[in-house]
Structures are given as C-alpha cells and as structure tokens.
Write a protein that binds this ligand. Structure first.
Ligand SMILES: Nc1ncnc2c1ncn2[C@@H]1O[C@H](COP(=O)(O)OP(=O)(O)OP(=O)(O)O)[C@@H](O)[C@H]1O
Length: 530
C-alpha cells in the first residue's frame, strides 16, 4: 500500500483508505474508457474527481456500484477489505459504498419512507407482509443522522428541493455504518439551486465529520476548490493527477489539469449591430410570469435569472409554445403571434427554437445516432416529396460535430452511449443547425466541462452574429457572464433589474440574492484566517 497524503481536514476516524481503486480498466467494444485507474480516498475526506466530458468519471462510478463490469484484473477495497469484482450492487451498498446520481434518483409518486426503503423491505416470513414499523424506524434513524427531519409519509414530489436532496443522501447513506463507507456524488449538485446547495454542503460536512468519506464528481471548479480536500483528475480514461491537495491549487491549476492546457480568457466585445429581426414580447402571462414586456435585438444575447419560483425559468417554455400561455404576443419580422395560440410546431416553423434543460427527458432520442438527432428537425420540416440529399446532410452533421467538439467525433455513434456532456453538445447542435431566428436556451452549459463551455459560447455568439436573437435562462453565474450581453433579474414573475456592461459572476449572484453575502461552500479554512 502506498501512503496517501493526509487530507486537508485531517483527524477524522481511523487511518487507511475508505476507498481504494487499483489498476481498474473498462473497455466498451474497442474503446478504452478507463485505463489502469488508481484512486485513494482517505477517511473523512471529500475527494474531487474531475475531468473533461467523456474522460471516464461516470464510468468509474458505475464500475464501483456494479452497473458496469470492469475488465479482468484490478482491485477495489472499501475500508481496507476487497470487494468482489464485478461489484454486486447489494454487496457494495452493504459495505457502505453508494452513489447519489445527478437527478437524485428518487420516485416522485412514492413517499419518503418508500423511497428510502424500496429494495430493502423486510417482510414477515409467514405472511409476506412488510413490517412497516421497522421500516419507518430505519428511515427515521438515517434522517436523524443527517440532522434534518423530513415527514416520512410525504410524497417526494411534494417536498421542497432541500428535502428531496436530504432524502437522496439519506438513501445512499443508510447502509453505511456511521463513520465508515463512502458516498459518490455523481454531479448531484448540478440540479440544485444555490439555496439548496448550502443545505447540501452542510449535510456533507456532517457526514464527513463522522469519518465517512465522499467522492464528488463535478465540473464546477469553484465548488471543487471550496468543497474538496484533495482531487484526482482523469483525462481520456487515465489518471493524470492523483490526490492533489486542493488547498495548494488555484482555479487555473484545476483547469490546466483538466484540459491539459490553459483556457484563453473569454471576453466578448459588444458586437456591431447585425441584420436580423428584433423580437418584441408584450404582456406575457403564464403560471408564474406576469405581464412581461421584453425586447431583444438581433445579435443580442440576453440572460434571465432569479430565485426558484421567480418565473425566469418558465419564460423559455412560454416563448416556444412548450407550456400554456395565459396572454401575450410575440412579434418579430413577419411573425406576429398571439402566444395563447402558439405551439411547438408553429414556433419551430417560424424559427423559434428551444434547447430545454435536462436532455434525458426532452429533446434527444438516445437510441438514435448523433447524425439522426442533429438532422431530426431538418428532416421533419423538409417537404416529404423532396429527395434526401445525403451528402449535404453529412456535411451539416460533420460541421456541427466538429464545431461543438462532440467526442467521439463519430456521427454514427448512438447518443445514449455518449457521456452526459457530449449529449448536451448534440442537443445544442441539433437546434443550432436549424439556423434559428430566435434561440431560447435553458441552462445550456449544464453538464459540460470548462473547455466545452467556451466552445458552446462561441457557437451561440456565432448564431447571434448571424442575426439571431438569443435568450438564456438559468442561474449559473459563470454561464450567464460568459454568454450574455445583459442579464435581467426576475422577481415575482417579472424583471426588476438589469445587469449590463462588464458584469462579473459575483454581480450575477449578488443580484439574485440582492446583496446577501454568499455563504462559503465549506467553513473557511484556518489558512484563510477563519
Ligand atoms: N455503454 C457505453 N457504450 C459505449 N461507450 C460508452 C458507454 N458508456 C460510456 N461510454 C464512453 O465512455 C467514455 C467515458 O464516458 P463517461 O460517461 O464515463 O464520461 P464522463 O467523464 O462521466 O463525462 P461527462 O462529464 O460528460 O459526464 C465516453 O467516451 C463514452 O462515450
């Protein structure tokens, strides 16, 4: 055994490793997704696992929890004891090795106790009846360990975002003896709002303070710097940096480790006025949005943001016919539309397209190839009698695969087999390839790595420079700062203030929280002076 460097927050529990991975590889067909991976997570440590889209992070998490069988050879040890390979999911969870997925993995229609105990129910041996009293006791005990009670009989769909995050973590934690085991968070913080994030980190702090460890997979360099003790970096399935102490690193160090190079700083000069159609929305009303007027110039990228429930994230769906509109009109070019009669098909035919959030649920056919997905809107709008121009179609697909740097750059690859971030790139390519006049994006760089953020920003700005008006809804301050010329802050259904000029990510956060000091993700380190 080699000695792992002590984590920054030392002093938790016994020494040794909570999780040790030695020489683990995984091949899909001829593609080597993981090559002789080593990883060492110390007790009580929050260990970051970072890397570009497609570098193998989720594949490693899936090998560790038994979803994928690794190639022969290699070892996985939890609390010093080897796990049989391929990992059997029940054995892994009984040893306290569990994962919290990005979508939190909960069933909305089931109650809290059902979500926590499903797959673990103990039935009476004679009657087969579930012993509910025991199940409730176990569920309550794990929630108590997290210090955050949630009503056991509430339907998960009715819970607040914070409570849902609590239930997801409790579910992963319930088999681990307190102070042992490790929870893997596979981009689990991605779908949480900043307010819930603070709660999430408080819980994480509580967990690791007992000696249980966490492996945090994330594309957010700021989060990795603030939340983790050490970090391991994957590039093309190979560990290129192992267990670096995060306290010694800057954000640039992390970016260089992930990308293998530094990123040029991305500033966007105000572009000269471009030809195209101005967009005027008047009196828009939806479920949350109330009487909104909005003007977008061609070539302009406008952000809309706010706290959950402020209406900014309803706007994309109202403008594109995806959700019912109570009132309002949209005017651009020759289109003058009563939005209460707008639907998705008419919107697309008019050049108004939506890149929705959550690519698994909306917008991509996972069982089709990259090429078929990119060409879908084009093919459905082409008159059925026209012959297919295969050459032109391949040229379009090749161009977009190249421009958005989809990896692997294979148009025949099934989208379901791409990594999460590469699926997001295909979703953007699909709609950018239509040459829209009004492009509406909801959290467009969610799930993509720091390099891909810049690639996507360049592609969106190129669409704007060609005369398209762009609306970006979201709460990611870096995304909004990179992409937008101005950002409108929503409160109670309408825009109340605007950021223009050279605003920074901190300006965006401060405008959302209207001056509240942003809580650090973890308590300040002693080096920072408390
Ligand atoms: N079932 C599969 N069949 C074939 N290839 C796969 C399969 N699952 C993953 N891959 C490939 O393995 C590589 C690693 O994918 P993985 O999902 O682990 O990346 P990741 O680092 O988690 O990326 P992201 O940050 O985009 O989520 C990718 O090239 C992906 O296309």
């Amino acid at each position: 055994m080699t000695d792992a460097p002590a984590p920054a927050s030392s002093g938790h529990g016994p020494t040794g490793s909570r999780l040790r991975v030695d020489d683990v590889s995984k091949t899909f067909g001829r593609y080597r997704a993981l090559q002789s991976v080593h990883l060492d997570v110390a007790p009580g440590e929050i260990h970051g696992l970072i890397g570009q889209n497609g570098s193998g992070k989720s594949t490693l998490a899936k090998v560790l929890t038994g979803y994928h069988a690794p190639d022969p050879g290699g070892r996985v040890l939890v609390d010093g004891e080897p796990l049989r390979l391929p990992v059997r999911p029940r054995e892994a969870s009984a040893r306290g090795l569990a994962v919290v997925h990005q979508s939190l993995g909960l069933v909305g229609d089931l109650t809290v106790v059902e979500n926590l105990r499903v797959g673990r129910f103990r039935a009476n041996r004679l009657t087969r009846a579930i012993r509910w009293a025991g199940e409730r006791r176990e569920a309550a005990a794990v929630l108590e360990r997290l210090g955050h009670p949630v009503p056991l009989d509430a339907r998960v769909a009715d819970l607040s975002e914070e409570d849902r995050a609590t239930v997801a973590i409790a579910r992963a934690l319930q088999d681990a003896e307190p102070g042992r085991g490790i929870v893997i968070f596979d981009e689990s913080t991605r779908s949480l709002s900043r307010a819930s994030l603070e709660h999430f980190y408080d819980m994480l702090e509580g967990i690791v303070s007992t000696g249980t460890s966490a492996l945090l997979i994330s594309h957010h360099m700021e989060e990795v710097l603030e939340a983790t003790d050490r970090v391991t970096v994957l590039r093309d399935g190979v560990v290129v940096e192992s267990g670096l102490r995060t306290a010694d690193l800057t954000e640039n160090d992390l970016v260089r480790a992930v990308m293998g190079r530094s990123l040029e700083s991305a500033t966007h000069a105000v572009e000269p006025a471009v030809q195209g159609d101005a967009v005027a929305v008047r009196g828009l009303r939806g479920h949350l949005v109330t009487d909104v007027d909005l003007d977008l110039r061609p070539g302009e990228v406008v952000g809309v943001t706010g706290l959950a429930g402020s209406g900014h994230d309803e706007l994309p769906y109202l403008l594109t016919g995806a959700r019912p509109v109570r009132g309002g009109t949209l005017q651009f070019g020759d289109v003058q539309q009563d939005l209460t009669r707008w639907d998705v098909r008419t919107a697309i035919a008019s050049g108004v397209v939506l890149v929705p959030e959550g690519r698994e649920h909306a917008g991509l056919a996972l069982e089709l190839s990259v090429a078929d997905n990119v060409l879908l809107p084009r093919r459905s709008s082409r008159a059925a009698v026209l012959p297919v121009d295969g050459k032109a179609e391949s040229a379009v697909v090749d161009d977009w695969v190249h421009r958005l740097d989809v990896r692997p750059p294979d148009p025949a690859q099934l989208v379901g087999k791409l990594s999460g971030g590469n699926q997001q790139k295909v979703l953007l390519a699909k709609w950018l390839a239509t040459g829209p006049r009004l492009l509406v994006l909801h959290e467009p760089t969610q799930a993509v790595d720091v390099g891909a953020r810049q690639t996507i920003t360049a592609a969106v700005r190129q669409a704007a420079a060609a005369g398209c008006a762009v609306l970006v809804a979201g709460t990611d301050e870096t995304e909004l700062t990179l992409l937008c010329d101005r950002v409108l802050l929503f409160r109670e259904g309408r825009p109340v203030s605007e950021l223009t000029g050279a605003f920074t990510p901190d300006d965006v956060v401060e405008s959302i929280f209207s001056g509240h000091i942003r809580k650090r993700l973890r308590s300040a380190t002693p080096a920072a002076g408390g």
